[in-house]
Design a binder for this molecule. Structure first.
Ligand SMILES: [Zn+2]
Length: 203
């Protein structure tokens, strides 16, 4: 390799690694669910009203994982303990799987009055998936919409990918609810139902 290629190759690989991949529409065939508890380790996420997002996100995600395994899915968690994982690595874990979908679990920050669940998506392929989970969550909490977002874990994913904001920790009343294991169990149940119904036919 000449010197220019030596210099350019890492750059080309870097850009390729950051490019938005083509999303495979696995919504009705997937056998693996990548469950991604937001934040972790040195990154607490939202920390208000004595609730740390990284803790409640992990707990909700673990409950979700259990329900999906019970339904027969293979589940890969991007973290299963309180540790920090880079956003790129979370997407890379998803992209390593075969025939998967990706679901990130977060709790929200906003005004003190903001409330309800939002489900974010990036690729058009993921929009109906986001809407289905949002509709399910609407059975246990307020619906706050399914916005398009340019989040890295979604943008870099080659599978249908959504990011669930389960509720607003910035809202004292909602934070209290999010701190309750019974509510998190309901959230996990509804997210699981959305995923299982999206998959459709038995497998
Ligand atoms: Zn978050």
């Amino acid at each position: 390799m000449n010197k220019t290629i030596h210099l350019l190759l890492p750059l080309v690989l870097f850009v390729a690694g950051c490019a938005t991949p083509t999303v495979h529409n696995t919504l009705h065939t997937f056998t693996t669910v990548v469950v991604d508890p937001g934040h972790g380790g040195k990154d607490s996420g939202v920390f208000k009203n004595r609730v740390a997002e990284k803790i409640v996100a992990l707990d909700t995600a673990q409950r979700l994982a259990g329900k999906l395994r019970a339904a027969g899915f293979r589940v890969v968690m991007t973290r299963d303990s309180d540790r920090f994982i880079e956003l790129n690595d979370r997407a890379a874990i998803s992209n390593k799987q075969r025939n998967a979908v990706f679901v990130s679990v977060h709790f929200n920050d906003g005004s003190r009055r903001a409330h309800g669940a939002q489900v974010y998506w990036h690729s058009n392929v993921s929009q109906e998936f986001a809407q289905r989970i949002e509709n399910k969550l609407g059975e246990v909490t307020m619906k706050d919409g399914v916005p398009h977002a340019n989040f890295r874990v979604l943008r870099l994913n080659q599978y249908p990918a959504v990011l669930v904001e389960c509720g607003f920790i910035s809202n004292r009343r909602e934070a209290r609810r999010c701190a309750d294991t019974k509510f998190r169990e309901q959230l996990a149940q509804k997210i699981a139902e959305g995923i299982i119904e999206e998959r459709g036919a038995r497998f």
